[in-house]
Structure formats: structure tokens, C-alpha cells
Write a protein that binds this ligand. Structure first.
Ligand code: TYM
Length: 385
């Protein structure tokens, strides 16, 4: 275990070495062969895949084998709703939307209002449930199919989730939870139990239709420990192991390359930010520039350490030719940091203007996406049998 960085579902710190993480977590690197195979099936390649921003997976090759025999799987992802959505959260959701479009499959989206209540000191259930609804607007604004997308809050449909969580919980010992999550004496019982809730949607659609359906979970690599445990237990309960596909973290705007995090407000851009907020935050972002404009013109900048360039790379400059040109221009001193910042501010504000419009329209559509217990089949057969 490399101790110069830490990645858990609740804390990411230090400079993450993603190759090391693949080793530590025991996932697999996404190979050019796998990318080629996805392209063969979808007829397309999303920039987040082409650029290896989605870099790691578990059993996606197996999922594609199954898909070729029977094109029937579902997507599952989620959000811990403790505040507004930031651009980092959108990264896996944008990719999930692409997967839904290409494979034409359902998505189950879990809002873990219970998780945030257990893990965050200053949040009440009422508040995390409020954000479950607010964050759902961001999901809907990305254009998911209303007939195939099911968003739910753990608290609201607990009567359906709890019996399944109980099946998982009984198979997870405290020593496993402690080894995977490094729990201490001061962790509360909700925190220790919580993984069983995040495991449920990986099998719930199979339970609802009484037939095992493969599951693919897109997420950033921090959530993998939950699914390591889920994959371990699911077959013991008679269900399939879910497959998963993992992205790197969109970094914050500060000097350190740590992930964009809701707990460092000024380093994150929220989907609810005003154009002035964006201007202020990007203007103060860390770049790879020199001390003076003159020096930068002469010696060039360093795009490899620049947060503006990371934003281009991950979300805001997907055109390869344009990105390459910008990178070279920076290195050669043909453009300076002020130019890139101004341009990025425009790109983000354009994106947010459109997103915020769709987000408001989503308020009227929310009900179509929102799952309530009475919309779900009775699943009591799993414990009454
Ligand atoms: P949460 O709310 O921390 O994050 C939601 C999703 O965003 C990813 N993520 C990021 N991706 C890129 N760059 C970042 N800076 C960044 N920060 C967060 C997370 O990996 C996640 O995919 N426990 C979960 C909620 C959840 C879930 C799931 C997530 C429940 N079921 C299934 C993924 C899949 C959580 O608190 O996510």
C-alpha cells in the first residue's frame, strides 16, 4: 500500500497514483483491446473512454460477452446527497448517459441520503433528503431517458431496500468491514452497516423481475471498496457479481492535484454557480504559468501541472486537434494563462447556462423519474419463501 495518497469512499487525499490504485484495489486497467471492443459494439467512442479518464474496471469484458449473447443488462450509479452537485460528480454521470444511449438499457440511480446522515456530522436526514431531490435535477438535466431511468432515495424506499440489505449485512463480518474501510471504535453503527445499502441496487432489478440480470456500475474509483464487498457477497445470495467501470477524479482548482471536493468550496465548481462565481474561481485557479508574462512568452508554460488544462482534458475540450494545439501553444509560450482562463470561463459558463435551464425544466419531470415504494413490485417473496 502506497501511503503518499489515500482513496476511500469518504476521503481522497494526496497525489493519487492510479496505476498503484489498480494494484491496491485489485481492479483491471482498461486495455486498448477492451476500448476497441466497446467501439465495435457501440460504433462510437466517448472521449472519457478514449482519453482513459475511465481507466479501470471489473469484469466489463465478461459483461460484453453476456451482452453479445443477450443484450440485457442494467446500469447502476448514485450520489451521496450532502450539498449541491459539482462538475466532478457529472463526469461519471455523463459517461453513464452515453452508455444508456448506446446500449439502450435502464439506469437505477441511488440517492444515499442515509449515508450522508451517518457520515457527515452537520447534516440532518431532512437536509440530505432535500439534496437527493435537488441533485436528481442535475441527473435529469443530462438527458437520461425518462422511461428507463429510476432515481430513488434510500430513506424513502427503505421498505424495499431493507430486506435485501439485511441479506447482505448478514454475510459481511465486522472484520471484513474493518479491513476494507479501516473502521475505528468511534465509527457509528450506521456507517458500519451502510455498505449493505449501497450493495442493494446491484441486485434489486433482478429481484424485481425474478431473473438474474447483469449490472454495470460506472463511478469514480473511490467507490470501489463498496463494490468489492458487494461482488464478494452477491453470488453467496444467488445473484450475479456486478461489473464496474471507474474514472479518475476531476481535480480541484488548487495547487494540489486532489479531487474536486464538496468540502473545499472555493476549489469546486457547482452546477448552481453563477457566471460570476465561475469567473472568480477560474481566475484564481492554479496554473502552470511563469512568474511574469514576459518569462512565459519566452520559456512557455507547463500544461502538465495546470488545473485549467485538466479541465480542458476531462470535460471542456474534447476535440483532439484543438486540445493538442492548445497544449503545444502553452508549452511554446504562444498563449498565456490569462488566455486559457478566459476561454475556460466561457466554456464552463456556456455549459452551465444550458445545464441550469435544463435543471429548472427537470423540476416538472422529476416525478417521472422518481421511484416510490408503491411504484415497485412486492419483493417480500425473497424473505417469505
Ligand atoms: P458521491 O456523492 O461522493 O459522488 C457521486 C459520484 O461522483 C463520483 N465523484 C467524482 N468523479 C470524478 N471527479 C470527482 N472529483 C468526483 N467526486 C466524486 C463518485 O465516485 C460517484 O460516482 N456513496 C456514493 C453514492 C452512491 C454511488 C452508488 C456512487 C450510491 N450508490 C453507485 C456510484 C455508484 C457517494 O457518496 O457518491
Amino acid at each position: 500500500m502506497n501511503l503518499s495518497f489515500k482513496v476511500t469512499p469518504w476521503e481522497v487525499s494526496g497525489e493519487v497514483d492510479y496505476n498503484q490504485l489498480i494494484e491496491d484495489f485489485g481492479t483491471k486497467k482498461i486495455t486498448p483491446d477492451l476500448i476497441f471492443r466497446i467501439k465495435e459494439i457501440t460504433g462510437d467512442l466517448h472521449p472519457l473512454l478514449k482519453r482513459q479518464i475511465f481507466f479501470s474496471h471489473r469484469d466489463v469484458d465478461w459483461l460484453l460477452d453476456q451482452y453479445e449473447k443477450d443484450p440485457n443488462f442494467f446500469l447502476y450509479t448514485g450520489r451521496g446527497p450532502s450539498g449541491d452537485t459539482h462538475l466532478g460528480h457529472l463526469m461519471p454521470w455523463i459517461f453513464t448517459k452515453w452508455l444508456q444511449d448506446k446500449f439502450d438499457v435502464p439506469l437505477w440511480f441511488q440517492m444515499t441520503d442515509d449515508e450522508k446522515f451517518y457520515f457527515k456530522r452537520n447534516i440532518e436526514l431532512k437536509e440530505s433528503n432535500f439534496y437527493a431531490h435537488e441533485n436528481a435535477l442535475d441527473v435529469i438535466a443530462l438527458g437520461f431517458d425518462e422511461k428507463k431511468t429510476h432515481i430513488f432515495s434510500n430513506i424513502e424506499i427503505a421498505s424495499h431496500l431493507y430486506p435485501v440489505a439485511a441479506l447482505f449485512a448478514k454475510k459481511i463480518t465486522f472484520s471484513t468491514a474493518k479491513a476494507v474501510f479501516d473502521f475505528k471504535h468511534q465509527n457509528n453503527l450506521g456507517e458500519i452497516f451502510y455498505t449493505s445499502m449501497q450493495a442493494v441496487p446491484a441486485v434489486l432489478p433482478s429481484i424485481l423481475v425474478k431473473k438474474n440480470i447483469p449490472c454495470l456500475i460506472p463511478h469514480a474509483i473511490d467507490q470501489d471498496p463498496h463494490f468489492r464487498v458487494t461482488r464478494d457477497v452477491a453470488p453467496k445470495l444467488g445473484y450475479l457479481k456486478p461489473s464496474s467501470i471507474h474514472c479518475i477524479f476531476l481535480p480541484g482548482l488548487g495547487k494540489k492535484t486532489e479531487k474536486m471536493s464538496a468540502s473545499i468550496k472555493e476549489s469546486a465548481i457547482y452546477t448552481t454557480d453563477s457566471s460570476e462565481d465561475v469567473k472568480k474561481k477560474i481566475s484564481g485557479a492554479f496554473t502552470g504559468g511563469r512568474a511574469t508574462v514576459k518569462e512565459q512568452r519566452e520559456k512557455g508554460g507547463n500544461p502538465d501541472i495546470c488545473s485549467v488544462h485538466k479541465y480542458y482534458y476531462c470535460l471542456f475540450m474534447w476535440d483532439e486537434k484543438e486540445y493538442k494545439q492548445n497544449y503545444e501553444d502553452c508549452k511554446a509560450g504562444r498563449i498565456i494563462c490569462g488566455d486559457c482562463k478566459k476561454d475556460l470561463i466561457n466554456r464552463i459558463n456556456q455549459f452551465l447556462q444550458n445545464h441550469q435551464k435544463k435543471r429548472e425544466e427537470a423540476r416538472r419531470k422529476l416525478e417521472k423519474f422518481w421511484v416510490t415504494s408503491d411504484k415497485l413490485e412486492d419483493i417480500s417473496y425473497i424473505w417469505k419463501k
